[in-house]
Each structure stands twice: as structure tokens, then as C-alpha cells.
Design a protein around this ligand. Structure first.
Ligand code: TYD
Length: 192
């Protein structure tokens, strides 16, 4: 099973993935976690470019869209391992939510694997910016508000669960477990 976590910056994806992975392992499942951008050479280049002052410009966003697509091509094989639950921090759905134009980004990601389950961590953009070291500028909040709306629309295209990420770490974690359990045949009473 391929489970993808998505959401705007600062929603708590990495913490929640770790908590879910540990819980699934304690229930006897084999789990592998992945992060996009990856630690490949392309992934490193992406992380460098994201620090550039012009990273939000149209030109850089186009360059990034190409690199994100190339970076995920490099881990395609890993997603075929059916002996494990694969949980990924982001996927091509991030590219669809953050980069544009939509049709071109879709084409670049035509061969990207669709998730069996998408967990969308949903949070108000102003709150997400407050959680990260990001600048609380009007532009930043507006940009992430648009990305959040994109996510809510995109989620409709996949088997998905939308989780309110504003409930505190432990409540969010138990909401995620409750959402994932039925897909894995775990008894609801086993969830704390
Ligand atoms: P991430 O590492 O999840 O952010 P953080 O530094 O908060 O851990 O992702 C890095 C940034 O890249 C994030 O702002 C989202 C963006 N991104 C895209 O714009 N498109 C993509 O396809 C991906 C995978 C990430």
C-alpha cells in the first residue's frame, strides 16, 4: 500500500508520518518512509534552489517543476515493493498543488504513481506560516492559501482522508490512525 501525506508547509507531515509508521510497525506491518524532495543529487539541487531569493519567481517555479518530476522518477522503483506499507512525505500531488500551469505539470508527472490513500493535513495558511520560520507576509499567506485550496480540490481525484491539523499532535495522530485503520483491516478498538 502506498500512502501519501500532503499539506502546505508547517502542517506537521513529518511528525505525523513518524507516529503513524511506529504505530503500524507495532501492529506488525513492515513500513518504509520516503520524503520528497529525496536525498538524490537532484533532490539536493532542489533544496539549494528553494533557498534562492527568486525561488518563487515564475522561471524558478518552472525549473523546480522539472526537477521535482525528475527527482520522483528516481524513486519510482521503490514504490513497487508490495511487501511493505510505503508512506511518503509529499508526492506529485505537491507539484500539482504548488506549480503551474496545471496541464503541463500533469504531463510532466504522467508516470508518477498514484497513491492508494492520500492523507491531506489541512490547516489555515496563517497558522501554518506561524509554525514555520516563514515570513508572515501577506504574499506568503496568500500563496499558501491558494495552495491549500488547490489541495482540497485535488484530493477529490484520489481515495483520500482530510485531517484537521489544528487539533494538537496526539489528537491529529489518533485521527490519522482512525482514518487509516479501515484500509488495513485494523480493528478500530485497537486505536488509542
Ligand atoms: P518540504 O521539504 O516538505 O518542506 P519543509 O522544508 O517544510 O520540510 O518541501 C520543500 C518545499 O518544496 C515545500 O515548500 C513544498 C515544495 N514542493 C513543491 O513546490 N513541489 C513539489 O513537487 C514538492 C515535492 C515540494
Amino acid at each position: 500500500m502506498y500512502i501519501v501525506f500532503e499539506g502546505i508547509d508547517g502542517v506537521g507531515k513529518s511528525t505525523q508520518i513518524q507516529m503513524l509508521a511506529e504505530w503500524l510497525e507495532s501492529n506488525g506491518f513492515r513500513v518504509e518512509t520516503l520524503v520528497e524532495p529525496t536525498d538524490s543529487e537532484v533532490g539536493k539541487l532542489i533544496r539549494n534552489l528553494l533557498q534562492h531569493p527568486d525561488a518563487q519567481s515564475d522561471k524558478f517555479q518552472k525549473i523546480l517543476a522539472l526537477l521535482f518530476a525528475a527527482d520522483r522518477m528516481m524513486i519510482m522503483d521503490k514504490l513497487e515493493d508490495e511487501s511493505k506499507i510505503i508512506i511518503s512525505d509529499r508526492s506529485f500531488i505537491s507539484s500539482l498543488a504548488y506549480q503551474e500551469p496545471a496541464e503541463w505539470v500533469e504531463t510532466l508527472n504522467r508516470y508518477a504513481k498514484k497513491p492508494d490513500l492520500l492523507i491531506l493535513l489541512d490547516l489555515d495558511a496563517k497558522k501554518s506560516v506561524a509554525r514555520t520560520s516563514g515570513e508572515d507576509t501577506f504574499e506568503n499567506v496568500n500563496y499558501l492559501t491558494d495552495v491549500r485550496q488547490n489541495y482540497l480540490k485535488l484530493a477529490e481525484n484520489y481515495t483520500h482522508e482530510i485531517i484537521d491539523a489544528d487539533k494538537g499532535i496526539n489528537k491529529v495522530s489518533s485521527d490519522i490512525k482512525k482514518a487509516v485503520a479501515p484500509y488495513l483491516g485494523i480493528c478500530p478498538d485497537c486505536i488509542r
